[in-house]
Design a protein around this ligand. Structure first.
Ligand SMILES: [Zn+2]
Length: 139
């Protein structure tokens, strides 16, 4: 291992995790796919909100959500100045329109790309933070 690799391994995530983002850490640790869902209008929300953008309700419990969607776009990140991500290059991410409504940016598993149906899941990174992943669905 070079000194540079050692420094990269110690690199911290590029931004602090917000309180609302931490909601998904516990969901990922449990192996679940849940999103906030407005108790008053039933809309699923992502990312986390304090108030429903449709009806202004503040009752937004985490609720199991159908983890399926379609990848609307994709891109490959080949360079970054951020040490946290440098060891993971190239990084493929995509915009996924969930069947239940929200749009989510997710890391794309190998063989997954624009136009594909996808299954979504949350996984924890090395720092215990939830990361959304999309894998190509056969159906
Ligand atoms: Zn609502």
């Amino acid at each position: 291992m070079t000194d540079r690799q050692s420094d990269q391994d110690k690199a911290l995530p590029p931004y602090p995790h917000s309180a609302s983002g931490k909601l998904y850490d516990a969901i990922a640790a449990e192996g679940r796919f849940a999103l906030q869902r407005c108790r008053d209008c039933a809309q699923f929300l992502y990312p986390a909100h304090d108030v429903c953008p449709s009806c202004l309700s503040t009752t937004l419990p985490l609720t199991e959500a159908p983890p399926r969607g379609r990848i609307a776009s994709e891109t490959t990140i080949r360079a970054t100045t951020n040490p946290y991500f440098q060891t993971h290059l190239p990084i493929r991410i995509g915009l996924v329109i969930l069947d239940c409504g929200p749009t989510m940016i997710a890391f794309l598993q190998e063989g997954t790309g624009m136009g594909d149906r996808a299954n979504l899941s949350f996984h924890l990174d090395a720092f215990g933070r939830a990361m959304a992943w999309a894998a190509r669905s056969k159906t």
